[in-house]
Design a protein around this ligand. Structure first.
Ligand code: NAD
Ligand code: SER
Length: 316
């Protein structure tokens, strides 16, 4: 990887991935892009306006900066996607298709983040295997399965070096999440610090896999740097780090903030999405094929999130 383009770079993952990639590969080697614009004072490296659904904009950025690797993050997430399914299809499928076409023409590698949303209610819900039934019932999930298949197709048919992971819900303290079903697991920390209480839109026993952002950033880099001959899968690897319900997360927060109170006001739309996803996924293929191993569990993530957010919010 000599020159990198990140699409959707101002979202929850991109806000931290761009910095991590710049630290690893050099500040000038990573071009951030998005359809949102940064205030001039916040621009600390190459930035381009790129709408990923516009082939010419992706191509111009790739040509201008002689890009050889695209980290394609731009997408609408699950909850927002259900509000605007047609837009979700246009952005999520239009985006990955345009990125793959430019990658084919220009010889770029592509990272594509899939999700636990690529599974559905007929998927085995516990320890979901790497290769299993994928019949998602959200438009977001439909675009993630389709994206995985399209990435595999571009690898098999055209030799485009596509790789990806199926992320669980991601927890982070830099940028807020962008409209997913797992956003509660981030919002709860802000509310616990500010108000000592949180009203959760998912039921107390809704069990989902999760991951802390430092592990997610490492997964992205490690799968892209993995020796290709070790990869029997490409799109996309199950990866996970921890597994909990809202009630278990609240109990862990209470170990640091004993007065923290959790209320439940179930959002039926969100609950339906969460209930269609696995309770837990099996990431042994990622572990054996490229050495995946998370560092943060529920306890260490909660401690770090509270420390870092308390510091951040005290300066606002
Ligand atoms: P996000 O919603 O926080 O950010 C998405 C970014 O894409 C935004 O900055 C938005 O402005 C941009 N964008 C939207 N439409 C665009 C377009 N047409 N062209 C260019 N940019 C556009 O999302 P995120 O949480 O950072 O997720 C990034 C990727 O990772 C997505 O593909 C998402 O599906 C996947 N993922 C995220 C999670 C998670 O928990 N955050 C979990 C699994 C997979
Ligand atoms: N965190 C994401 C969402 O809830 C999962 O892909 O949409």
């Amino acid at each position: 990887m000599k020159k990198i383009l990140v699409t959707g770079a101002l979202g929850q993952i991109g806000s931290e991935l761009v910095e991590a990639l710049r630290e690893r590969y050099g500040a000038d080697s990573v071009v951030a892009s998005d359809i949102k614009m940064l205030p001039a004072s916040d621009v600390d490296g190459p930035f381009e306006f790129v709408d990923c659904t516009k082939l010419h904009q992706v191509r111009e950025a790739v040509n201008r900066h002689q890009i050889d690797t695209i980290f394609h993050l731009a997408a609408l997430l699950s909850a927002v996607g259900e509000e605007k399914p047609q837009v979700a299809w246009d952005v999520n499928m239009g985006g990955i298709y345009k990125v793959l076409e430019v990658a084919r023409q220009s010889g770029c590698a592509v990272f594509f983040p899939s999700s636990i949303a690529a599974f559905g209610p007929t998927t085995p819900a516990v320890a979901t295997p790497q290769d299993t039934i994928q019949r998602p019932t959200t438009i977001y999930g439909v675009t993630k399965v389709s994206g995985e298949l399209l990435c595999d197709y571009y690898w098999q048919r055209f030799g485009v070096d596509t790789r990806g992971v199926r992320f669980p819900g991601l927890i982070s303290h830099v940028a807020k999440p962008g409209g997913g079903t797992t956003d509660y697991a981030v919002e709860i920390f802000y509310e616990a610090i500010r108000n000592r209480r949180y009203r959760c839109g998912l039921g107390p026993d809704t069990r989902l896999d999760m991951m802390y952002m430092p592990d997610a950033l490492r997964a992205v880099v490690e799968v892209m740097e993995a020796e290709p001959e070790r990869l029997t899968h490409r799109n996309s690897f199950n990866v996970t780090a921890m597994n909990f319900t809202p009630e278990e997360l609240a109990a862990e927060i209470r170990r640091h903030i004993p007065e923290f109170a959790m209320e439940y006001e179930i959002n039926p739309e969100l609950q339906k999405i969460a209930d269609s996803w696995p309770d837990s996924i099996d990431d042994r293929e990622a572990r054996s094929q490229w050495g995946w191993a998370p560092e943060y569990d529920l306890e260490s993530m909660t401690r770090d999130m509270l420390e870092r957010l308390e510091d951040k919010l005290s300066h606002q």
